[in-house]
Design a protein around this ligand. Structure first.
Ligand SMILES: [Fe+2]
Length: 367
């Protein structure tokens, strides 16, 4: 007998090489005036921005492009850009890029319709609704194209914080693995590891359901098929698999959200500028050791989907992302306090008091 559960994933997903050209007509469902946001380089270099502009012109959809979403975008930048979008009378927002532009697109879509503060953004209560969002990923990592989640930098709290409601799921997503073909090695590995931690954590989460298990087990298997190529740095044959894995994992975290590994990775990104996926991977050994102690059966099920032993998984993680961080005792205490505040920690099924998390940071970066 299963416990009761629900599943909600309203995003129309179009996947395949050349998909934006062949399925462009679905852009028409979202609006008539598009505000397009992308990174300083990601939109142009991937070819996605050009494809998107061509499609918008063909469909007679007016558009304005902003190229320059910062890495780990701040709430302040999203508020500023929402003013630009409003000035243009945009009636939908397109995010092209890795997690940062897609997450920024979600925040802009909220701010255009709601005159609210940064704090209110995280409350999830948007009285006037949210502009429709279109997502076009150019990395295989974030899963943001199929989740309601947006993670932004909050400078006044010196960390990252997420929001997401049913209204911030993208309306339509176009997933073309070709946009990832020319990504550099480090970005490919860090984003692949972000996607891996999504399916792994979503599977571990106490909020996992039979549907998310199905998605995550398939994603874990796909990751397993890619591991040798990731180690060799040969990505030509695995780009499509990585994008599919990332999207399946995204559908998993759309329901379960992430857990303690992400919470503990955020301070490493904020204070040490460690790329998001790499930060999670650095935390992975202590996370897996805690699971072995407190959730051994669930860990073994995940390892079985990966066709790996615990030792092999830890070896893979430390080979792909070597640990060069050392934290002082003060940093350990402060990072642990910050992580413990993230609600996701309670969904891991392992002890999550600040002192427990401090011990994990010590195991990883102390001494
Ligand atoms: Fe992530």
């Amino acid at each position: 007998m299963f416990e009761s559960f629900n599943f909600y994933m309203p995003t129309e997903v179009y996947f395949g090489r050349g998909i934006l050209k062949s399925k462009a007509k679905h852009l028409k469902k979202t609006g008539t005036r598009a505000f397009v946001v992308t990174g300083a380089n990601s939109g142009r270099l991937s070819g996605a921005l050009q494809d998107c502009e061509n499609a918008l012109k063909e469909l007679n959809i007016a558009y304005k492009v902003f190229e320059g979403i910062e890495n780990n975008p701040s709430v302040e930048q999203c508020i500023e850009l929402s003013k630009l979008a409003k000035g243009f009378n945009a009636d939908f927002v397109i995010g092209i890029g890795g997690g940062s532009p897609m997450d920024a697109a979600k925040a802009i879509a909220v701010f255009v319709k709601n005159d609210i503060t940064a704090e209110e953004l995280f409350s999830g209560d948007y009285k006037n609704g949210v502009l429709p969002i279109v997502a076009i990923p150019t990395t295989s990592g974030t899963g943001s194209e199929v989740t309601p989640w947006s993670v932004l930098t909050l400078h006044n709290e010196q960390t990252k914080r997420g929001f997401g409601t049913r209204s911030t799921f993208p309306r339509v997503s176009f997933l073309d693995p070709a946009y990832t073909d020319n990504l550099p090695k480090s970005v490919t590995i860090n984003t692949a590891m972000d996607a891996f931690t999504h399916c792994f954590e979503s599977f571990i989460s106490l909020k996992a359901t039979p549907v998310t298990d199905a998605l995550n087990i398939q994603a874990l298997k796909l990751f397993s098929e890619c591991k040798q190529s990731l180690l060799k740095g040969e990505f030509d044959g695995i780009r499509d698999k990585l994008m599919l894995m990332s999207t399946l994992a995204g559908m998993g975290i759309a329901i379960t959200a992430t857990t303690m590994m992400h919470a503990m990775g955020y301070p490493l990104t904020y204070f040490y500028d460690v790329p998001h996926g790499a930060a999670n991977t650095l935390v992975l050994p202590a996370y897996v050791n805690a699971l072995a102690k407190h959730r051994p059966q669930r860990l073994n099920e995940a390892l079985s989907a990966l066709s790996m032993t615990k030792t092999e998984l830890l070896e893979l993680a430390t080979t792909l992302v070597p640990n060069t961080i050392h934290l002082s005792e003060n940093e350990i205490m402060s990072f642990a306090e910050q992580s413990a505040k993230q609600g996701s920690c309670a969904k891991t099924g392992i002890p999550y008091e600040s002192s427990d998390i401090a011990n994990m940071y010590r195991e990883l970066f102390g001494g």
